[in-house]
Design a protein around this ligand. Structure first.
Ligand code: ATP
Length: 220
């Protein structure tokens, strides 16, 4: 891939459902890091959390609806289509094959996701394949007291202090990145829907339309 394409952002999650916190994270990371593209990758069977409440096909369709009007956002359905558990390391290996050894891959993680990184399959290998950008999230401070010792050590050893450092190499650095703080979670949206309340303005109208059309997240 030509160097002019710029870094590729990778944004995984259960997106159960996708909401404005996710969209602002991707948009602010795109601008701050000079990402040519953000590849959204809904997880199929996430190994580290409770199963998503609805099918991968629905979660994928909602992400497609949410990002349809942004030419810099692409949706990747590979994890949803696979029957194997979704391991980020395998996705990074696939994308590294796709883009070649030089292009920077930047894995975008909310601070809560980073705090759980040491439980991920082959987490020590992630930085061999990608850069990490940790986006701040309300209630999840990125400080020594809040982080596990092995993550503090990882942060200390690999920390970058500005965005150009991430764009200048294919992998190996971690950048902590502020973003507009939006206290929105998919859990809260599911709770609102299950109790018959409105999640309007917390997620894109096209996603809410999809949820209503398919009667998702209602209590059984
Ligand atoms: P749930 O409430 O079901 O756990 P969630 O809202 O945290 O879901 P995920 O799909 O688990 O959403 O998150 C995907 C990624 O987006 C993770 O890296 C997470 O940290 C990040 N993220 C989600 N919501 C926000 C937010 N409001 N601000 C910043 N980052 C966020």
């Amino acid at each position: 891939m030509p160097e002019t394409l710029g870094p590729l952002g990778i944004f995984g999650g259960t997106f159960d459902p996708v909401h404005l916190g996710h969209l602002r994270l991707a948009e602010e990371a795109r601008e701050a890091l000079g990402l040519a593209t953000v590849r959204w990758i809904p997880a199929g069977q996430p190994p580290h959390r409770n199963s998503p409440k609805i099918s991968g096909a629905h979660r994928l369709a909602m992400v497609q609806a949410a990002v349809a009007d942004n030419p810099a956002f692409q949706v990747d359905g590979a994890e949803v289509s696979s029957t194997a558990p979704s391991y980020t390391i395998h996705t990074l290996e696939r994308l590294r094959q796709e883009v070649g050894p030089q292009r920077p891959l930047i894995l975008l993680l909310g601070a809560d996701a980073f705090a759980g990184l040491a439980t991920w399959y082959r987490w020590q290998d992630l930085l061999k394949l990608a850069q990490l950008a940790i986006l701040h999230r309300p209630g999840h401070p990125l400080d020594e007291k809040a982080l596990a010792p092995e993550l503090n050590a990882l942060l200390k050893a690999h920390r970058a202090h500005d965005a150009p450092v991430l764009a200048s190499a294919p992998a190996g650095k971690i950048l902590s990145l502020p973003m507009t703080q939006l206290d929105i979670s998919a859990t809260h949206i599911r709770e609102l829907l299950a109790s018959g309340r409105s999640p309007r303005y917390l997620l894109p109208p096209a996603v809410l339309d999809y949820i209503q059309q398919h009667q998702l997240y209602r209590n059984p």
